[in-house]
Design a binder for this molecule. Structure first.
Ligand code: ZN
Length: 308
């Protein structure tokens, strides 16, 4: 039987509930090796007890990624019109899924509620974790390799707003997507610079954004993706909406450097089949790391959030 549609979608929203969390059991060999290296590196750090190899996800979220690509008419393009449609009705989409769009473009979407988590904690996380690789490894111990920022002093400067600390402060990330380690430069930006309407986001209560364009480390001049993480506080916990478009979608051409994306993708062997596999691998990565962050963030914030 295919999944039961809206019921299943609704249930998997809570990162911790609905049904008993199911352990993540499949890790490609390079991720198994990375876990061992990360476990050794974090020894002696004050937050080492938050490091665990036991990751879990909601079975409903997991199942929602097992029926093949989502229906094309339930996806979004990165066009300004589609971004506006999303901001006016964020709930009007399936909660999670992946697909192949024009370009080719790997498309991923997810929506999760994190009990006990607030947008304040989420903003703090993005100013705290990039300072040390070991902090980044807490988030996904098998898949996260390293992260550093262009201006660590600015990221740590509490006299500035969150947006002043993060936006325009490139994160140089290395992480495994599927079994492949990728160097990724995340250019976090104000949502209005990504084509979103601030007033519409305000009306939806989506006041926290850790969104930006992405470039691969092997071609740092080529804009290769748009990533949205838009969050709001709800009575049940922080609700996070995520979208990724990785590839050469025509609507990404409004970003400088995107014209080189098609040639880069061809060089990376990301044809239609490759982009679709990347979409699935990224959807699993997103599910795994945001399910896990939901579990560790309240404790990390209470231990370190006021200090750092
Ligand atoms: Zn990650």
């Amino acid at each position: 039987m295919l999944n039961d549609g809206r019921t299943s979608e609704r249930r998997h929203l809570r990162a911790d509930a609905g049904s008993t969390p199911t352990p993540v059991t499949y890790y490609p060999v390079p991720l198994q090796m990375r876990l061992l290296e990360n476990a050794k590196a974090i020894e002696g750090k004050p937050y080492a007890d938050a490091f665990t190899r036991d990751l879990t996800v909601s079975p409903d979220w997991s199942k929602s990624l097992q029926d093949g690509p989502m229906p094309f008419d339930r996806t979004m393009t990165p066009s300004i019109a589609d971004l506006a449609r999303f901001a006016s009705d964020p709930e009007g989409y399936p909660d999670s899924g992946y697909a192949l769009l024009d370009g080719p473009t790997a498309y991923i979407q997810s929506r999760v509620v994190m009990p006990g988590v607030t947008t304040e904690m989420f903003r703090w996380w993005f100013t705290w974790h990039p300072i040390e690789n070991e902090r980044y490894s807490l988030w996904y111990p098998h898949a996260h390799v390293s992260n550093r920022v262009e201006y660590p002093g600015r990221l740590a400067d509490k006299s500035l707003s969150f947006e002043e600390r993060l936006f325009g402060n490139v994160n140089y990330v290395e992480e495994f997507i599927g079994a492949t380690s990728l160097p990724i430069h995340i250019h976090f930006s104000h949502p209005r610079d990504l084509g979103m309407d601030e007033d519409a986001l305000d009306r939806a209560g989506l006041t926290t954004s850790v969104s930006g364009t992405l470039r691969f480390g092997m071609a740092p001049e080529v804009t290769s993706a748009l990533m949205l993480h838009l969050a709001r506080d709800t009575e049940a916990g922080m609700e996070l909406f995520s979208r990724y478009w990785i590839g050469a979608h025509p609507e990404l051409h409004r970003f400088p450097g995107a014209e080189g994306a098609a040639a880069l993708l061809a060089k990376m062997n990301l044809d239609a089949d490759g982009a679709l596999q990347l979409a699935y691998d990224m959807s699993v990565h997103d599910m795994t790391e945001y399910s896990h962050l939901a579990r560790i963030l309240p404790r990390l914030f209470s231990a370190f959030g006021k200090r750092d």
